[in-house]
Design a protein around this ligand. Structure first.
Ligand code: MN
Length: 133
């Protein structure tokens, strides 16, 4: 217990983050930001292979766009949270909706947190670090 902090600081394992985002510009921004800050990323333009990939790669966190072409990010989050093996992975929703009702809905679907678009790089990284701690 006592050496947990020093251990983490001295030898931090690279954290892997799945990014689900259909907008190419947003994806590039999220991906660059995470890579430049020492994370490993798995970018996905939709959620079609999300469950399988999450099972194989054991990501530390998932960044989830809400508006996606096929299944919405909320539906995908519910699938993850209904899965015994995957439900512990933190999911951070990224959304243009920021009204209180939307926030409640996002959390109801099982998202652990949400970030409003347009994102601020500092806020984005802070939210991620918080859920990886
Ligand atoms: Mn989108």
């Amino acid at each position: 217990m006592a050496d947990t902090k020093t251990k983490t600081k001295a030898k931090t394992k690279t954290k892997t983050i799945i990014i689900v985002e259909d907008n190419a510009l947003n994806m590039k921004m999220f991906d660059d930001l995470l890579l430049n800050n020492g994370y490993e990323t798995i970018p996905m333009g939709d959620g079609s292979t999300l469950i399988e990939t999450a099972r194989e790669r054991h990501p530390d966190l998932i960044i989830m766009d809400i508006q996606l072409p096929d299944r919405s990010g909320l539906e995908l989050t519910r699938l993850l949270k209904d899965d015994r093996q995957l439900k512990t992975i933190p999911v951070i929703a990224v959304t243009a909706f920021a009204m209180p009702a939307d926030r409640a809905r996002i959390l109801k679907f099982g998202c652990d947190d949400y970030i409003s678009k347009p994102i601020s790089p500092v806020g984005f990284l802070k939210a991620i670090a918080k859920h990886l701690a």
